[in-house]
Design a protein around this ligand. Structure first.
Ligand code: GLA
Length: 734
């Protein structure tokens, strides 16, 4: 409708239970007036409401807080982080944008108009005539309610004076009652340590200058009403979708709270010549009632794009922890035969197969089979694997080079460096300059050849080095931004040549997990640490962004190679179950009893993987140290659910009622379980537990109403610490 008003445009995007209300007034880029639960209002009401929003500074008022738009402008009085930071050799450093057009899903929205749409893309063109800067802002709400925005900045100057972009950080405004933050720290083998803290005035910033997402990356930042948890409280779950240098931040000032995020650009990294443009990464936000409904929007987004949710996840054997660098055909063929006997469907040959690679000091870059370990090449192994009915997968680290390699010796000018000398080594390696077209073409050709010649179904794509002092060879100017885009281009080109090829993103474990890489890959190596108790935490927290079928989840040796902690096979299998299930263990050492147990779990995974790949993730007990940690997947139609429960290491309670989220209130469910030998002394065991049967058994088993299980909960012993139980709930009344 067309309403002349002081505030020319009002846009209400809604999807499911979410509304995003934008106003665009007085030539300024739009502001998020409301991003929260769904609202209903007619156009007149929206216009009246929008009148409370204005652009201060212009009217000469002092001490009135600035109403920040999506790109707050210093030139109008904003004293926080400007939305666009750019300059021309020190001039034109304070953009003053004037909106020239707004479209909603491609339709022009004239001044004075209101648009109310079920999701959609809002595109705003704006320019600063004086500074010769042109800006395109996109704000998109997906049909499932995932909000994202990105901005491009173009140099419209005609002279030779470059426009240097220092940063573009949109402001996703949040209501001030979102007063608590959950973000994550981490380190190698210990990804995703949660930290909760209040929002305070100032900026809480999580920066990464590692050129990869980072093992310490927060991955997502949750900001919500105090006490939010998996299923309650309003939570905004935000994420910056790039794996290069980047920042996630929460900014609070007078009357203002927002998620800020973007790429961290190094000095001079983006210098735009006339007509050139910089496109920021997408910055995402998802509102939920509780973490899990916010997380579900990300899962849907990835499930629409990845191969993982469209193909049954093949149970995988990765041979790294079985042989490390010690490879030969007989051993690896033997592992393949044993894996096939267990029911494994994909076999991944890890690091150590290529020229000169007997440890991590040499060989990276020389992607031809090592003549000593593989005198006949890898084809006989690949054929053996396929002959056993499995897919063949291969480890590569295409962005990296050892100085001790033929590639580095032949092309010393292909290594990134910020000065004449090479940067410090990191795991004995350097970074291949993929911004160099020759190096790019070389590595694309090598990967293409490997995939074609060996019939590779899946690449495990590793990245074991931070991009330290990563400059363009020759000039030394920073190269992280260009390198990040070049890696995406490399993967995109490889995948367009091999549309069925799957890629696993690994970076010393979970060091590259973000929506930049995840839109091009099909699973992540969640961590180098397979200790089940640590993995339970990582599956939960990395799983806020990544759906279960994309989370590599391996059963390893009883004694964890990373933590030294011992856990039984049941615990290892039960905790790995709700992910992309696999094995990373020397299966030659399996007893016949362990082989039988592992085979049963593999068969159970095969039976239930469709639910795991399509179900909605729920959790419980995340922040209660006395409660079991529950994580589950529930079928979209509520017909079935699988939960893993891990008893706490120390609890004040011998028994707890554990609520099973996601079940339908008016349905009845049969309970099946895969349980450890004991959860506590027999006198603590509730009768339902004693009468449950194995997963998939239709024998007499207890059944209860969904509302009882969801609201009152199942009585569960917590006496024995660190025990893992898998529960399957099957609807029986439909
Ligand atoms: C990294 C990965 C491991 C393994 C080794 C091989 O550390 O995270 O899974 O592939 O590299 O060198």
């Amino acid at each position: 409708m067309n309403i002349r008003m002081e505030f020319p445009r009002v846009i209400h995007l809604f999807a499911e239970d979410v509304s995003v209300l934008l106003t665009q007034a007085a030539g300024a880029p739009p502001a998020i007036v409301h991003w929260g639960p769904r609202i209903n209002a007619d156009d007149h009401e929206l216009v009246d409401y929008a009148r409370t929003s204005f652009r201060p500074g212009i009217g000469n008022q002092s001490d009135v807080p600035y109403e920040a738009g999506i790109l707050p402008e210093h030139s109008y009085g904003w004293s926080g982080l400007p939305g666009i930071r750019a300059h021309r050799t020190g001039a034109a450093w304070s953009p003053r944008l004037e909106v020239s057009s707004v479209t909603v899903d491609g339709e022009t929205l004239a001044e004075g108009c209101v648009a109310q749409c079920p999701g959609g893309l809002v595109a705003i063109s704006a320019h600063d005539e004086w500074a010769k800067i042109h800006v395109e802002i996109e704000i998109d709400l997906s049909p499932r309610g995932l909000l994202r925005t990105r901005t491009s900045v173009r140099n419209d100057g005609t002279g030779s004076n470059h426009l240097e972009v220092i940063g573009v950080d949109p402001s996703l405004r949040l209501p001030l009652d979102a007063r608590e933050i959950l973000d994550f720290s981490g380190r190698w083998g210990t990804e995703k340590i949660p930290q909760r803290h209040p929002v305070v005035v100032g900026t809480h910033a999580r920066e990464s200058r590692r050129g990869r997402t980072g093992l310490d990356a927060t991955t997502v930042v949750a900001i919500g009403t105090p006490g939010f948890d998996a299923g309650s409280g309003r939570v905004w779950l935000c994420h910056v979708g790039i794996g290069g240098n980047h920042e996630h931040a929460v900014e609070r000032s007078d009357g203002y709270l927002a998620f800020r995020g973007g790429e961290l650009l190094l000095p001079g990294e983006v210098r735009l010549a006339s007509g050139e443009r910089y496109v920021s990464p997408w910055v995402y936000g998802s509102l939920g009632i509780g973490l899990d409904s916010a997380s579900a929007r990300y899962h849907d987004f990835l499930r629409d794009r990845s191969l993982s949710s469209h193909r049954p996840r093949p149970v995988t054997l990765n041979v790294w922890e079985a042989v490390y660098f010690d490879q030969d055909f007989e051993t690896l063929a033997d592992l393949a035969t044993r894996a096939a006997d267990l029911g494994v469907e994909r076999y991944v040959l890890d690091d150590g197969w290529f020229q000169g690679r007997s440890d991590d000091t040499a060989g990276l870059g020389d992607w031809i089979p090592d003549e000593k370990s593989w005198p006949d090449g890898l084809a006989p192994l690949a054929e053996h694997v396929r002959g056993l009915g499995m897919e063949f997968g291969l480890w590569v680290e295409p962005e990296m080079v050892n100085e001790d390699s033929d590639l580095a010796r032949a092309h010393p000018d292909w290594l990134l460096r910020a000065r004449a000398e090479l940067p410090p080594r990191f795991r004995n390696q350097q970074v291949l300059d993929l911004t160099n077209p020759e190096a790019f073409a070389h590595i694309l050709g090598v990967l293409d050849g490997l995939v074609s010649d060996l019939g590779v179904a899946c690449l495990k794509w590793d990245h074991n080095r931070d991009l330290i002092d990563a400059g363009h060879p020759g000039t030394g100017t920073p190269a992280v931004h260009d390198q990040t885009l070049a890696v995406y281009e490399l993967i995109d080109q490889l995948r367009s040549r091999h549309p069925g090829l799957e890629i696993e993103s690994c970076a010393s474990g979970g060091g590259r997990v973000d929506l930049g890489i995840l839109q091009r890959t099909d699973r992540v190596h969640t961590s180098d640490n397979q200790d089940p108790l640590d993995r339970a935490r990582m599956l939960r927290w990395t799983g806020l962004l990544v759906p279960p079928e994309m989370l590599g989840s391996h059963v390893a040796s009883a004694v964890s190679s990373v933590t030294g902690r011992t856990s039984d096979l049941h615990t290892r299998c039960a905790i790995a179950f709700l992910g992309h299930f696999g094995i990373e263990w020397d299966i030659r050492e399996l007893s016949s009893e362990d082989s039988a147990t592992l085979s049963r779990w593999i068969a159970a995974y095969q039976q239930h993987r469709e639910l795991i790949s399509t179900g909605r993730v729920v959790a419980n007990g995340d922040f209660d140290p006395d409660a079991p940690a529950l994580r589950g997947v529930v079928a979209a139609d509520g017909s079935e659910a699988i939960y893993t429960l891990v008893t706490p290491p120390l609890s004040a309670d011998s028994r707890r009622r554990v609520r099973l989220p996601g079940l339908l209130s008016d349905a009845s469910y049969r309970i099946e379980s895969a349980r450890p030998e004991s959860l506590g002394p027999w006198w603590l065991n509730p009768s339902w537990l004693d009468s449950t049967s194995d997963l998939d058994s239709v024998a007499e088993a207890p059944s209860y109403s969904g509302s009882l299980l969801r609201e009152a909960g199942l009585d569960l012993p917590t006496f024995h610490p660190d025990r893992a139980l898998v529960l399957r709930l099957v609807r029986i009344d439909a």
